[in-house]
Write a protein that binds this ligand. Structure first.
Ligand SMILES: [Zn+2]
Ligand SMILES: [Zn+2]
Length: 754
């Protein structure tokens, strides 16, 4: 378990059954000595398992019987952290609990309207821990001396603030301050009212949260939202919205029971929800999530956010405090320097943030929660591998949406989402985060797993490390291994790894792959037919290039005569130059990427010829598609050198014929999705005949597409396959580190056996 409020819980349970003994923190978890009647002990154990606080994340209980040696009537909590005990795992940050909220809204309570109250069940953890063991003196609360009243609660076994390390009250704890963009203090006692008035008046306020600053503005104020985008140099990426309550969320979006649970969970992720149609949805400005059917909503998780939302009384945009791709600002000086040109005001406080940590993003897919960006509230909860690593491992992850991982024994500790390492600041923050988590876990990696891509900064970092064993892992193999580890299995499977870009063993850009894979290795048994990426990376930013190169592949010279809107938009002379260079192989790397096919179709449908961020076109294509497809496009599967090749130009031909016949774009979109799902099922059937395998793992960023995922899972299920999908880590590159870790841990085990 990860020790949060667990010892007092054990204490109360032991008291209830009149058992003697003690509870203390040990190296591998909590150690409980329990002594008394056998029946009472059995009931104690039952209840220990069934009623432990969920925030304790109980993982395993091991019971050993010994001779009695305590005073059978007395139970104690041993709070000393004995030497040689690195104590417990660091715990994730937890949303403020109902009991604390009740106190905050009770005018008679000494913590009435106090924005920093917390208890053993709630409050900051990971983002305020400097080192373990987890004690106040090693947190960012160290400089706050408890008042006598707080001290009394802290030392009382029966109090829910017993050893609540960040506990505080208005007399002794952190305080709010309202600053102007230049850092001048405008108010302390009236800081909250000042921020509320500014937000209601359409201003932008930087609000200090748990893992960094948010930039906030009224989500209902179109002018404020537009201004925020402009100042932040934010492309068209959707902005997250915080609503005050579940009811408020339901006014904007359709919320199922599972989604409601996810919104209200202690991790409080941003949950992607389907917007309500028409008028009801107008409560939020269109610019919050332009062109998308979904809205990312979250509920308040700090007491301060509760106070703010209650008083502002409208949904707030709460987006990461940064400019474009830079890391989120979390230190006060840095926030003032970097956000001073964006925010009109700063609602800050004097409790330092130790670890930068973004909000998590999750979505319910087929009734099950799936984490798309794993950060605050989940990190650093460990994920268990099916086998134990002999030596500590660092898994570096990829380049985009980077997450790294550290392995100790069977546990993988994944970092929070650290963004795109192409940004210099993001890379420096990444190096810092690696050092921090290594320090926190007191772990020195002996094995370093990394991607094959020579241009990834995480790869370069790994290769520079001396005195460690390097384990290079192919990108799509890591995706499939990640899906296996996510599901806690160790099978050989048919792996369908579809994404934008990944470095192949042949140096080509892979991304529409079928593998026979397990943690020991993989065989590439199928892929999309390769096409050139005209202009290399530029083709990722400009989907029209992919549309043009596919048209050329299908129609050759005759593409000029096609009566398509796309041809009207095409700069023909620019394309002639580009296509000539492409034919000669100049800056035109071949790719089997599924992401590029999505881009091409989105461009042909007139959705987007240029993108502001990765997968933007694909997201819009998903949003556009009509609910059910009436048919699929004919696609040939060829066999070449023992590999199944999916003839993707066939898909383009189908789309073009529909366009020429005047079929609606949303209908084409749904046929396109259904076609790709059928390609998956047909190819997997072939591979089953060949390999005897009947389990399929779906991974890679393309499977964030819920429509495609659902169709593929249903189709594979009907064909008799067992299907693994992602839940704990995203299918995109944020999941790579888990896969790398699982592969590296396994490799070591085999070597030992040999
Ligand atoms: Zn609480
Ligand atoms: Zn106090």
């Amino acid at each position: 378990m990860q020790g949060v409020g667990f010892r007092p819980f054990v204490y109360r349970l032991a008291e209830a059954y009149r058992l003697g003994g003690s509870v203390r923190n040990g190296q591998r978890g909590v150690l409980i000595d329990i002594e008394g009647e056998r029946d009472a002990i059995a009931r104690f154990l039952d209840e220990l398992e069934s009623t432990a606080p969920s925030s304790a994340h109980l993982r395993r209980i091991t019971v050993t019987w010994t001779a009695a040696h305590h005073d059978p009537e007395k139970f104690g909590i041993d709070t000393s952290t004995a030497e040689g005990e690195p104590a417990l795992f660091p715990a994730p940050d937890l949303a403020v609990c109902a009991a604390c909220l009740a106190e905050m809204s009770d005018p008679g309570n000494r913590r009435h309207a106090y924005p920093f109250l917390n208890c053993t069940e709630c409050g900051p953890r990971y983002t305020m821990i400097r080192a373990l063991p987890y004690d106040r003196e090693r947190t960012s609360m160290a400089s706050f001396t408890m008042c006598p009243a707080c001290r009394e609660e802290y030392e009382d076994f029966r109090d829910r603030r017993f050893h609540a390390e960040p506990t505080a009250c208005p007399a002794c704890g952190p305080r709010l301050a309202l600053l102007d963009a230049g850092g001048r203090v405008l108010g302390v006692a009236d800081a909250l009212q000042g921020a509320v008035a500014a937000l209601r008046g359409g201003q932008i306020v930087a609000v200090k949260g748990l893992g960094g600053y948010h930039l906030a503005c009224a989500a209902t104020d179109a002018g404020a939202v537009r201004e925020l985008r402009r100042r932040k140099s934010r492309d068209a990426k959707p902005l997250a919205v915080m609503v005050g309550s579940l009811e408020a969320a339901r006014r904007l979006c359709v919320v199922s029971d599972v989604e409601a649970d996810l919104l209200q969970s202690a991790a409080r992720p941003i949950v992607l929800l389907e917007r309500r149609p028409a008028r009801a949805g107008r409560e939020v400005a269109e610019d919050v999530a332009p062109g998308l059917r979904h809205l990312g909503l979250m509920l308040p998780y700090t007491p301060l956010q509760h106070l703010l939302l209650e008083r502002v009384d409208r949904p707030l945009v709460m987006t990461s405090g940064n400019r474009s791709d830079e890391p989120i600002a979390y230190q006060d000086d840095d926030a003032l320097a970097r956000l001073g040109g964006i925010a009109d005001l700063f609602l800050a406080h004097d409790r330092p943030i130790e670890v930068r940590c973004d909000d998590s993003v999750a979505r319910v897919i087929d009734g099950a929660p799936s984490v798309l960006r794993r950060a605050r509230g989940y990190v650093p909860l460990a994920i268990s591998l099916t086998h134990e690593a002999a030596e500590p491992i660092l898994a570096c992850g990829g380049e985009l949406k980077n997450v790294f991982g550290l392995v100790r024994g069977r546990e993988v500790f994944l970092s929070q989402h650290l963004g795109d390492l192409g940004d210099e600041r993001a890379y420096r923050a990444w190096v810092h985060a690696v050092a921090h988590l290594k320090g926190l876990l007191e772990l020195t990696p002996r094995v370093v797993a990394h991607d094959l891509h020579p241009g990834y900064r995480s790869t370069a970092y790994a290769r520079k490390l001396d005195g460690v064993r390097h384990v290079p892992v192919q990108h799509h193999h890591a995706h499939i291994a990640s899906c296996l580890a996510d599901n806690g299995v160790d099978d050989r499977v048919i792996g369908v790894a579809w994404d934008g870009t990944g470095h192949g063993t042949d140096g080509h850009v892979w991304g529409g792959e079928f593998l026979l894979a397990d943690l020991d290795g993989f065989e590439r048994v199928g892929s999309f037919q390769e096409v050139a990426m005209p202009g290399g990376e530029a083709a990722v930013r400009e989907p029209w290039r992919m549309a043009a190169v596919f048209l050329q592949a299908v129609y050759g010279e005759a593409m000029d005569q096609l009566d398509l809107a796309f041809m009207g938009r095409l700069d023909r002379s620019a394309w002639r130059l580009l296509s000539r260079a492409t034919e000669r192989g100049l800056n035109a790397p071949p790719t089997s990427s599924a992401g590029r096919l999505f881009d091409a179709v989105a461009s042909l449908l007139g959705l987007r010829d240029r993108v502001d961020f990765e997968a933007q076109a694909a997201m819009e294509l998903e949003a556009l598609a009509a609910p059910d497809a009436d048919r699929v496009y004919a696609v040939d599967l060829d066999e070449q050198d023992g590999r199944t090749i999916v003839r993707t130009p066939d898909v383009i031909r189908g789309v073009v014929e529909d366009l020429l016949a005047g079929v609606n774009a949303d209908r084409i979109g749904s046929r396109f999705h259904a076609t790709l799902a059928e390609v998956i099922v047909r190819t997997c059937r072939r591979l089953r005949d060949r390999s005897g395998l009947d389990r399929v793992a779906l991974s890679g960023g393309v499977f964030q597409n819920v429509r495609l995922s659902r169709l593929a899972v249903e189709g594979l299920g009907r064909a008799g396959f067992q299907v693994y999908t992602h839940h704990q880590v995203p299918p995109n590159d944020g999941g790579l580190a888990l896969g790398q870790a699982a592969i590296a841990a396994r490799l070591r085990e085999d070597r030992r056996r040999a």
